[in-house]
Design a protein. Structure first.
Length: 189
């Protein structure tokens, strides 16, 4: 097929031409054409541009689209993540596809609010974390009014939690060592 195309096809060499800056001569060789384009772009980009105030005032102001300020809906986010193909991402951020894959399944499903259901208040959400810190959840708002006391309580609780966590890890590792020592030395049983 290649040979038949070569034998029947007419080889036409096309040459691009360009006029010189004064418009008189016709440039045909590549070096002079490239020099002419270089001159053209230098003249184009080095020209001084002055914008007049009247011209700016005559530009019509476009209405502001408020819907662009709203955060994307959950369904829009799902669709956008679903459109990302494996090993490809939108934009130049080079996010690997392994990051996007769990996001396709882990987005919470939107449910309409139930009629007559009790709304969860932020105070109800704080009961568990405050009880871990040994703070009475009924009186935490009065404690937050005194900033110094609140900071001291949180700091003390955080340091207590760290110490407790470290000691529990040390105890756990000690128990493992004891278990491995007991299992390796059958004479101690």
């Amino acid at each position: 097929m290649k040979l038949s195309n070569q034998s029947t096809a007419q080889h036409i060499k096309s040459r691009s031409t360009l006029r010189s800056s004064d418009g008189q001569a016709l440039l045909t060789d590549i070096a002079s054409i490239l020099n002419r384009w270089s001159e053209y772009f230098q003249a184009l980009f080095s020209a001084v541009r002055v914008v007049q105030e009247k011209a700016i005032l005559h530009i019509q102001q476009q209405p502001v689209s408020m819907e662009l300020d709203e955060p994307p809906a959950l369904e829009e986010t799902r669709l956008a993540i679903g459109w990302l193909k494996s090993r490809k991402t939108a934009g130049v951020d080079d996010i690997p596809s392994e990051i996007n894959e769990p996001a396709r399944t882990s987005l919470p499903e939107w449910r309409p609010p139930q009629q007559g259901a009790q709304k969860e208040r932020y105070k109800d959400c704080l009961k568990q974390p405050l009880s871990v810190c040994d703070i009475d959840y009924r009186e935490w708002s009065t404690l937050t009014a005194d900033r110094v006391a609140w900071r001291r309580t949180i700091s003390d609780t955080a340091s207590f939690f760290e110490i407790f966590h470290i000691t529990s890890l040390e105890d756990k590792s000690q128990r493992r060592k004891n278990n491995t020592a007991a299992s390796s030395d059958p004479g101690q049983l």
